[in-house]
Design a protein around this ligand. Structure first.
Ligand code: CDM
Ligand code: ATP
Length: 330
């Protein structure tokens, strides 16, 4: 095919991130409840003589343009799997997902590049194979392809779709700077070892999702979901076992204590959203973006205004969920 093919891919928030033991390969076992939210990157693939990456949008200057770009790695992985020579393709990323914010922006670009290049090259890769290539590129990439909501097991790459009963409204508070995902997992291990709970970080209970949380998501009941996120309802027994083993407070996002330890000012952001009437606030994935669940559009605007006015974050975005998986445009 000639011309340009464009894929649109959404960001994610983890409505639960239960982190189990560190495995021999260095990854952590997860029960990862992914929810795709309506902030989007667009990845366009155009035939070119030599590989090239360009990026536009408010966060463009923070995205690497060389071989380390996840979209470039995705194009190479797809070409290699089909036995094609090094991909002559120009990938343009119109970036609207915050960078290094815990919203899987790089993973979204990888998923978008897989889909756009597959269409551009007419390679018709089976869906299962695309998901496998996605998993090799990163733990969050398969979910970026899938969208909606899903429970991620293993390191987060083994997905089971989850129903979401109704539109959910979110406000995202963006922080100055980013947090590197490996550093946040390392800090999580360090806190667990230092807590005096006697935890061996390689030997923890298997992480499990909260039944109350999955039920609230399935019903699309924002208030019940808020209660599950803030711990007002019982979460899984596994969470209690993890709490006992690590001696750390129970948290629906078990990376949150680590993100707060590395970025203490996030506590003020969370308190501000809470005081402004959010149903729940949590760090998104590895952070430092903070995510606030709100009951409706009006509350989203009010919480966003309070956060912006407080000076406890750099910028604010509102979005609804669930959003679709990676989709070809036009
Ligand atoms: C925090 C989350 O965004 C929640 O969805 C993900 O777990 C991170 O997914 P990701 O950014 O796609 O991460 P990957 O590129 O697969 O891994 C980056 C690094 O994060 C750590 N990592 C990631 C996933 C996982 N289950 N355990 C880990 O310990 C490892 O140090 C790994 O080397
Ligand atoms: N296409 C890309 N877009 C953004 N960052 C990229 C991209 N390719 C590589 N990177 C690198 O990956 C790092 C993490 O970026 P990303 O925006 O995916 O973080 P994140 O949202 O915290 O990830 P996650 O939520 O999956 O842990 C960036 O600091 C950047 O150096």
């Amino acid at each position: 095919m000639t011309g340009t093919v464009t894929a649109r891919v959404a960001a994610k928030v983890n409505v639960q991130l239960a982190v189990g033991g560190r495995r021999p390969d260095g990854f952590h076992d997860l029960a990862n409840v992914f929810l795709a939210v309506g902030l989007y990157d667009e990845v366009s693939a155009t035939p070119a003589d030599t590989p090239r990456i360009s990026v536009s949008g408010p966060y463009a200057e923070r995205v690497p343009l060389g071989d380390s770009n996840l979209a470039a790695r995705a194009a190479t992985a797809l070409a290699t799997w089909h036995g094609l020579p090094a991909p002559g393709v120009h990938l343009h990323i119109a970036k609207d997902i915050p960078v290094a914010g815990g919203m899987a922006g790089g993973s979204a670009d990888a998923a978008g590049a897989l889909l756009a290049c597959d269409a551009l090259w007419g390679t018709r890769t089976p869906r299962e194979q695309l998901l496998e290539l996605a998993a090799e590129l990163g733990s969050d990439v398969p979910f970026a392809l899938l969208g909606g909501a899903a429970l991620g097991r293993g390191r987060g790459e083994r997905l089971a779709p989850l129903p979401v009963g109704d539109t959910l409204h979110w406000v995202f508070a963006l922080a100055d700077g980013g947090l590197a995902t490996p550093a946040v997992y390392r800090e999580c291990d360090r806190l667990r070892e230092a807590s005096g709970g006697g935890a061996t970080v390689t030997d923890l209970p298997a992480p499990e999702p909260s039944r109350a949380l999955l039920d609230a998501l399935g019903a699309g009941d924002a208030r019940a979901l808020g209660a599950a996120l803030t711990g007002d309802t019982d979460t899984a027994g596994a969470a209690d076992r993890t709490t006992q083993a690590t001696g750390l407070p129970r948290c629906v996002n078990e990376l949150q204590p680590a993100a707060l330890s590395l970025y203490p000012a996030l506590a003020d952001t969370l308190a501000t959203g809470d005081a402004a009437g959010a149903l729940a606030g949590l760090v998104s994935g590895s952070g430092p973006t903070c995510a606030f669940l709100v009951p409706d559009v009006e509350s989203a605007d009010a919480v966003a205004a309070a956060l912006l006015g407080s000076g406890t974050c750099r910028d604010v975005r509102t979005a609804t969920a669930p959003a679709a998986g990676a989709t070809l445009l036009g």
